[in-house]
Design a binder for this molecule. Structure first.
Ligand SMILES: *Cc1c(COP(=O)(O)O)cnc(C)c1O
Length: 388
């Protein structure tokens, strides 16, 4: 059976070009980037080249990019790093109720210590209101953290407006750009951000590597203590092959983004339109237009997302309900609840995230099999009997 992968927000396959760029750094060029002889210099050169590639795509300077073990570490570093370095100035952090767990759980951790956290609400489309951000700022506020685009519902947040507000108030601004970098334009000066989190495996690079952009002059405590790597900001021998992979993935994404955005948005809209036409009692979650070009998130009434996923899997189609992290638990997604969905609708949610390998035939295949699955499940559903 042909498998159709439609879960690119969870992870993406590493591109062959990226694997090819990485391979020599496992074997021939295996040096420690801190060694001064030729093997070391070779590795160092590759790391610095990757740093420039990442910096170029976000409009930053190389020295403002710190390599990390992924998006989760970049978010942890941004929040804890700013919190502990700026305690004298204040202890208040503003974030939103729809952040990825890599931000939310760090805020909960800090909130149990001496920090105060404001979790801003979102509207029914998942949008944060910049005026809410402005009103939440106090003289104790040291950091605002808002994701660039939501990984579950695909809503693109007004980060440019929020960046302006943060800049005027003299408050650091962090964005989680894991779902946007390489997918839509991201520029640290246009968005007025001071910190920005990146993950390679969401843009066709390897897992376990990412980066944190830190604007020059930002007060930040080091995240890892040990050797002097990354200018003592993140100790530990550099994962040279992974860093090279991140650099190559970012470079390719930058070259192809324009074309790919249009192609994906076309497939996305075709899928949304087809689902709404072919299935009753279904609705789109997230914003109708301010959304990631590859994201489709719907709630199907009277069925469980889990059952939909299992039945799609039998047809070779890989999708997600809520997010990869929440699908192991039966808690409804915190994002869908924050959008105001009742728990039943949150449980009946289905997310398709398209990617480079997907074609129009894949979208047609989903539209071919899903209506039948929904009809079968509804025929057996106790939810339907009680609600109709
Ligand atoms: C995947 C993801 C992360 C975590 O990145 P990892 O590299 O998997 O640790 C953080 N934020 C968002 C929005 C994500 O989608």
């Amino acid at each position: 059976m042909r498998r159709i992968y439609l879960d690119h927000a969870a992870t993406t396959p590493t591109r062959p070009e990226v694997v090819k760029a990485m391979l020599p750094y496992f074997t021939d060029a295996f040096g420690n980037a801190s060694s001064i002889y030729s093997y070391g210099r070779e590795a160092r050169g590759a790391v610095e080249e990757a740093r420039i590639k990442v910096a170029e795509l976000i409009g930053a300077r190389g020295e403002e990019v710190i390599f990390t073990s992924g998006g989760t570490e970049a978010d942890n570093y941004a929040l804890k790093g700013v919190a502990y370095a700026n305690e004298r100035k204040g202890n208040h952090i503003i974030t939103t109720s729809i952040e990825h767990h890599a931000v939310l759980e760090v805020c909960r951790f800090l909130g149990r210590r001496r920090f105060q956290i404001t979790y801003l609400p979102v509207d029914k489309y998942g949008l944060v209101d910049p005026d809410d951000v402005k009103r939440a700022i106090t003289d104790k506020t040291i950091l605002i953290s808002v994701m660039h685009a939501n990984n579950q519902v695909g809503t693109i947040e007004p980060v440019e407006e929020i960046g302006k507000i943060a800049r005027e108030a003299g408050v650091y601004f962090h964005i989680d750009a894991v779902q946007t970098l390489g997918h839509i334009p991201v520029d640290v000066d246009e968005l007025k951000v001071d910190l920005l989190a990146i993950s390679a495996h969401k843009l066709y690079g390897p897992k376990g590597v990412g980066a944190l952009y830190v604007r020059k002059g930002t007060r930040l405590v080091s995240f890892m203590h040990g050797g002097e790597q990354e200018k003592r900001r993140r100790a530990g021998t550099e994962n040279v092959p992974a860093i090279v992979g991140l650099g190559r993935a970012v470079e390719l994404a930058g070259q192809e983004m324009g074309k790919e955005v249009e192609r994906l948005a076309y497939l996305r809209d075709k899928l949304i339109k087809g689902l709404v036409e072919k299935i009753d009692h279904i609705r789109l979650n997230g914003h109708p237009t301010r959304r990631l070009p590859n994201n489709v998130n719907v709630s199907v009434d009277f069925v469980e997302g889990e059952s939909l996923l299992l039945n799609l899997d039998l047809e070779g189609i890989c999708a997600s309900t809520g997010s990869a992290c929440s699908s192991a638990s039966l808690e409804p997604s915190h994002v869908l609840l924050a959008l105001g969905l009742p728990a039943e609708q949150a449980h009946g949610s289905l997310r398709f995230t398209l990617g480079r390998e997907n074609t129009e035939a894949d979208v047609e295949q989903v539209l071919e099999v899903l209506p039948g699955i929904v009809a079968r499940l509804r025929a057996m559903s106790p939810l339907l009997k009680t609600q109709k």
